[in-house]
Design a protein around this ligand. Structure first.
Ligand SMILES: COc1cccc(Nc2ncc(-c3ccc(C(=O)NCC(=O)Nc4ccccc4)cc3)c(OCC3CCNCC3)n2)c1
Length: 335
């Protein structure tokens, strides 16, 4: 069966989320004991979107960053594609904000610096996310944020507005130029969405909201919104600079990294470079794998360096995640 290949390496538990054409289940990697998120896609439901999934997989293989969800394993069977991804036990930022009504400026700053770090990294890789919203920001076991792109919206930066409604589902976060179907720059549209995100963190509500689609579009293109009384003048200024209707007047990501609001209480700009470069091979993980596979360290190093996103890649990356979370770099020995 399709699940046979998956069940060779993972225990599969209940569904933690669904969306579009994917279902996500909680799983556990048997060899390392680490929890994972398993994104399950039926090929027949993907239809002409299948190439976009392939592009998404290539994009993910190219991303390794402390604030971007990691891809561990790709399993393709006759009728399904399984993506084994980093599991975030804290759930969606969306639910976190709801639970707290809104966040303090200080707590918002900690999270927002992580969001800017992830987006600056994605942009530097030549992609625009295009669907930045609290449902696509997850909380990990260290209470840090991880960016995901659940709806396959990330595209090369210079994207056109053609996939207007297909993948940018929630217009509430979409930039004016994007919902008007104009040709736009992905990086500029992402800055607008980050402005809306910052607003929802600080205010606990959307700056532009309306049940009627047309009324919502009008509010977004007008760009006027209410500032709650608890906002500091610095926060009001930053929001204004990010939610500029004219994309050319909008703040650039580069200006966000050391913006005065971002620097309050910090001595250095946002660090957006990755702390886990793709090519880096960790010695402790290689040694544990070599012992387990009864192979030399050298041949284990070569096998891992092929980055085939198979069981070997998954085992290495999950051992590395264990090490980074302070858990012992050990593989299960009794199977
Ligand atoms: C209720 O939610 C809960 C509750 C408790 C725990 C969790 N934990 C938990 N962990 C991990 C996931 C996950 C990670 C990555 C991807 C993915 O699709 N990656 C692809 C990707 O990120 N590309 C990409 C990224 C950046 C740039 C370019 C491309 C998909 C799912 C998850 O999903 C649940 C969904 C539910 C619907 N909303 C979205 C999240 N949930 C979630």
């Amino acid at each position: 069966s399709d699940a046979a290949e998956l069940l060779k390496y993972y225990e599969v538990y209940d569904t933690i989320g669904t969306g579009g054409f994917a279902k996500v289940k909680l799983g556990r990697h048997i060899l390392t004991g680490e929890k994972v998120a398993i994104k399950i896609m039926e090929k027949k439901n993907l239809g002409e979107d299948l190439p976009r999934v392939k592009t998404e997989i290539e994009t993910m293989k190219n991303m390794s960053h402390q604030h971007v969800c990691r891809l561990y394993h790709v399993i393709e069977t006759h009728s399904r594609i399984y993506l084994v991804l980093e599991y975030c036990p804290g759930g969606e930022l969306f639910d976190y904000i709801i639970a707290k009504a809104h966040l303090s400026e200080e707590e918002t700053r900690v999270f927002f610096r992580q969001i800017v770090s992830a987006v600056a990294y994605v942009h530097n890789k030549g992609y625009a996310h295009r669907d930045l919203k609290p449902e696509n920001l997850l909380i990990d076991d260290d209470h840090n944020l991880k960016l995901i792109d659940f709806g396959l919206c990330a595209k090369p930066k210079g994207g056109l507005g053609d996939e207007l409604m297909t993948c940018c589902g929630s217009p509430a976060y979409a930039a004016p130029e994007l919902i008007q179907g104009k040709a736009y720059f992905g990086a500029e549209a992402d800055v607008w969405s980050m402005g809306v995100l910052l607003y929802t963190l600080l205010c606990g509500s959307l700056p532009f909201d309306d049940d009627n689609h047309m009324a919502l579009f009008r509010k977004i293109t007008r760009g006027k919104y209410w500032n709650p009384p608890w906002l500091s003048s610095d926060s009001i200024l930053l929001l204004k600079q990010m939610m500029q209707v004219d994309p050319k007047r909008r703040l650039k990501v580069g200006q966000l990294l050391d913006h005065p609001w971002m620097m309050k209480g910090y001595s250095s700009p946002v660090e957006w470079h990755t702390r886990q470069p793709l090519g880096h091979i960790d010695d402790d993980c290689i040694i544990e794998m070599a012992v387990h596979m009864k192979r030399s360290k050298q041949s284990t190093m070569h096998l891992v360096s092929e980055w085939k996103y198979d069981q070997t890649t998954a085992t290495y990356l999950l051992l590395l995640a264990k090490k980074q979370s302070g858990r012992p770099v050990r593989l299960l020995r009794y199977i």
